[in-house]
Structure formats: structure tokens, C-alpha cells
Write a protein of this length. Structure first.
Length: 485
């Protein structure tokens, strides 16, 4: 079956399933989650063979994927994704008589998802984009990443068989490979949204291609982030060595191949301290090959460019071994102010840049030189006034951390994995957590309809027993019991 035919089949599956009850849709996601658990050993072994990642890391990532599916199930059953809102007729409404008007979110249709290289489970065939699109009620055509193609195919087979056994329509989920299929997925008129996790260059190419469609569609792309860390003078005086040690552990985690890897450290440090403290961890850290040859080539190219940049010093030199040693670069705030483009160069791998600033330096002014980021972190003391810095960082990033490290993105209700461009193409949205479901839905309002003609989510009797906002007051469903707030 061609990619075009798969997209058409996915659209048929969508039309057959878009109005099923929350319990039916939840049962489909549960079938996928249970199948992942049943095939965990097989899938982890395939992932390890293709990615060089450790079994414990991959096992944890697969458990995260299953947890996310089940968290979305709870959202579906409660109806939170629908945001059902009912305003009854009110002749005394403040701006004049109000008609009966009711709004609910509906799924978009076929969603194209592009998997990532660095998370073979969490951001791939059954990752956040696929899970949230299925939870929304969409059909998904997933373009498998070539970095773990065999795993992608097998993961797709496991999930598709689970959906079939659970009674879902054929082609609610399908997979494709190759450039031609990727282009068809972006161009086909039945594709209603695209999710992507990858490089800035690749994401920008997709963004431009989607914008050129006769009918533009939403593009939810995660493109790149350098995730700066700012250490204040007070925090450095109290625990500078501790901060350097933890920073070294964070930027080398997973060989520096996390989208939230801290790539910049602004600190009142010096060369000797960086070499003494970070050198210990760099020498002792576990090394593995990078995920793909293409990723390695890109890392080597950017690192060479950074090393050759005037004002940047190599203080801990890596190497060009198959499993490369980490590289630590050092520069000054003066150099950054003269050449702020340095801050835009993402070294996706085991390398980082430390930026030494002088006492009294305006950290907020330095932060204004940054592009959009997924995260920004501060190492500071509770008694300090750093409001100007925090005001800049919240404008520049999607998640701001206090005395913590950005590597590790938990799946939770309040999580926001997004940020201003170029971190993402849609800064108001997240690709992690239940809020991600809303990306693949749109609101529709019904005015003046009799209850019997409305979708179940908006009928007065509330047959689905979901949470709704009625005349301005939330009626929440908790363990099957309605509560009003």
C-alpha cells in the first residue's frame, strides 16, 4: 500500500471512530499499553541493538511510554480533553438575552507524526505525539526514524495488532518509511496536522513545506534547544564545585543526546576550577557511540566550528573515538556580547560551553541574547533578588528550573515541554503531558439545538458522565461521582 493509500485508509478509520464513547477509546489505548508490557523484552532488545543505549535506560523509557498512555486514558474517561462547556438560555444575561450555546472539542482527522532519533520509545512510534493524537480521537500515520527502523516497524506491528484485537478500525494507526512517504504525509490534503521532533534544519524544512500547502495545517515541531543554566555569584560562592559536578553529570547524560541537555553554563568561574572539578567526571563517565552516523557527523561539524571560533578555549578536550570523550569549552561574557550567534549553535552530543562572567555582571542582559529554549535553569539562593533574570528567562523558555537540572522530562499534568521558536514552532503547546492532547482537537459550538440532537458530550443528561462547565461552574467527575465547583 502506498503512503497516499495509507493516509486515505487512516481517514476512513478516523471517520469510523471519531464519535466512539470515551470508554471505547480508552480501551484501545489500554490494549496498546498492555501489548507494550507483554512485548517489553523483545522491544527493548531491538532498541538496544539499533541505538547503543543501555537496557535500563530503554526499559525506563518504555515504562514511561506505557504510563503516558494510561494517564491519557484517565483524561479521556473524565472528558477533560473535550472541554465540554454549556451555557443555557439566560434572559437576564448582562449583555442581553443569551441563547443556548454549547462547545466541545472534536478531533482533527489524520495526523502525521515524525519520530525522533534520540528516544526510540518516548518520542517515536508510540511516543507523545502518537499517544496524544490517538487520545484526541485522530488516526495516526507515523513516519519511522531511520535510526531505529527495525524497532519502529516492530513497535508498530505490536500496537496495530493490539488495536485490531480490541476492535478498533483498521489503519487507525499505521507506519511508513522513506523520504517519499514523508513528503506525501506532509502534502496530502487529508493530513490535518503534523507532529515532529528533530533538528532545527529538518523541522524548518517541514514548516516551510506545510506553509506552502494550498490548505496550511498545524505543525507542532520540536526543533532544538541549548537549555542555558545561570549560576548567581552568591550560589557560586557557597557551592560552586557542587554546581559544576552536577552540571557535568547532566550535560553528559545519554552522551549529551537529550533535547533538554544543558549546553550553556553562565558562572563566575575560572579555567582552573572548571578543569579541576569537571575533569573528574569527564574522565570517569561512561561512554557509548552516538545514536546514528548522521548525528555523529553533525556533532563533529558543530564542535569543530565552535573550537575554531575566536574567543573560545578548549579546556577539556574530547576525542574522535567511536565513543567520544566529552568536550568542555570556555569563553567569556565579553566574547558572547560581541558574537551572540555563539549561543545559537547546538552541540547535540557530549560537549558544552561554560561562559565566565565578572562580578556584578547583569545576568538578565546576557539572557536577552538567547533564542527560544525548551528550558532555562537558575542556580541561586532563596534570599536573592533575581526577578529581572527570571523575567527574561520566562520569556525565552517553556520551563524554568530552580536549583534543578533539565534532563529528565516527567509526564505529568503541569508539565510543559515546549517553548518559543526555534525550540518549537507552536510555543503555546506542549508535547508531553495531558495538555498535549489539545493540539489535535478543535472546538465546535452548537447553538439552539435540542438536547437530543446534540453530541452525547453536550446533552443535558450527560450520558458519558464526563466533567463539564455548566453556566460557568465546573461539574467534575471523580470516581463516578459528580461534584460541583
Amino acid at each position: 500500500m502506498s503512503a497516499e493509500q495509507q493516509i486515505e485508509a487512516a481517514h476512513s478509520a478516523f471517520t469510523a471512530s471519531r464519535d466512539v464513547t470515551p470508554h471505547v477509546r480508552a480501551s484501545w489505548l489500554e490494549a496498546i499499553a498492555a501489548a507494550c508490557e507483554a512485548h517489553a523484552d523483545e522491544l527493548v532488545a531491538l532498541a538496544q541493538a539499533e541505538t547503543h543505549l543501555a537496557d535500563n535506560r530503554l526499559g525506563g523509557e518504555l515504562r514511561r511510554t506505557v504510563f503516558q498512555l494510561r494517564l491519557y486514558i484517565a483524561e479521556i474517561l473524565a472528558g477533560e480533553n473535550l472541554d465540554a462547556t454549556i451555557d443555557h438560555v439566560d434572559v437576564a444575561w448582562g449583555m442581553g438575552p443569551r441563547p443556548d450555546i454549547r462547545r466541545v472539542n472534536i478531533p482533527l482527522g489524520v495526523v502525521g507524526v515524525f519520530g525522533a532519533s534520540n528516544f526510540p520509545f518516548a518520542f517515536s512510534v508510540l511516543g507523545g505525539d502518537t499517544a496524544s493524537a490517538l487520545a484526541a480521537g485522530c488516526a495516526v500515520v507515523h513516519k519511522i526514524h531511520e535510526g531505529h527502523e527495525e524497532l519502529g516497524r516492530r513497535t508498530g506491528e505490536v500496537a496495530i495488532e493490539a488495536l485490531r484485537t480490541a476492535g478498533a478500525p483498521e489503519h487507525l494507526l499505521s507506519t511508513v518509511t522513506g523520504r517519499d512517504a514523508a513528503e506525501a504525509l506532509v502534502d496530502h490534503p487529508l493530513t490535518r496536522a503534523v507532529g515532529f521532533t528533530g533538528s532545527t534544519r529538518g523541522g524548518r524544512a517541514l514548516l516551510d513545506r506545510i506553509a506552502a500547502r494550498d490548505r496550511p495545517i498545524p505543525f507542532y515541531g520540536e526543533l532544538g534547544s541549548i537549555n542555558p543554566v545561570f549560576a548567581t555569584e552568591r550560589a557560586w560562592a557557597l557551592r560552586g564545585d557542587e554546581i559544576l559536578t552536577a552540571y557535568a553529570q547532566s550535560f553528559t547524560m545519554g552522551m549529551g543526546q537529550f533535547c533538554t541537555k544543558p549546553g550553556l553554563l553562565f558562572a563566575p568561574t575560572n579555567r582552573d576550577q572548571v578543569v579541576r572539578v569537571m575533569g573528574i567526571h569527564v574522565a570517569q563517565g561512561q561512554r557509548t557511540p552516538l545514536l546514528t552516523a548522521r548525528l555523529r557527523a553533525g556533532f563533529d561539524s558543530v564542535l569543530d566550528e565552535m573550537c575554531a571560533t575566536e574567543g573560545i578555549e578548549v579546556v577539556l578536550a574530547g576525542d574522535f573515538a567511536e565513543s567520544p570523550a566529552p568536550t568542555v569549552l570556555l569563553t567569556t561574557a565579553e566574547v558572547i556580547r560581541a558574537n551572540p550567534a555563539i549561543l545559537e549553535r547546538e552541540m547535540f552530543g557530549p560537549a558544552t560551553l561554560v561562559i565566565r562572567y565578572k562580578p556584578g555582571e547583569d545576568l538578565a542582559a546576557l539572557a536577552t541574547l538567547l533564542d527560544g529554549q525548551l528550558t532555562a535553569s537558575v542556580q541561586a539562593q532563596a534570599e536573592e533578588d533575581i526577578d529581572p533574570l527570571l523575567a527574561v528567562l520566562r520569556e525565552k523558555s517553556g520551563r524554568v528550573l530552580w536549583n534543578e537540572w533539565p534532563t529528565g522530562v516527567t509526564v505529568s499534568y503541569a508539565q510543559h515541554h515546549g517553548g518559543p521558536y526555534p525550540a518549537t514552532t507552536a510555543e503555546r503547546t506542549t508535547s508531553v503531558g495531558p495538555a498535549a492532547i489539545a493540539r489535535f482537537m478543535r472546538p465546535v459550538a452548537y447553538q439552539g439545538f435540542p438536547s437530543v440532537q446534540l453530541p452525547p458530550s453536550l446533552q443535558d443528561e450527560n450520558p458519558w458522565q464526563i466533567s463539564r462547565r455548566v453556566d460557568g461552574h465546573w461539574q467534575r467527575q471523580d470516581s463516578g461521582t459528580e461534584s460541583t465547583s
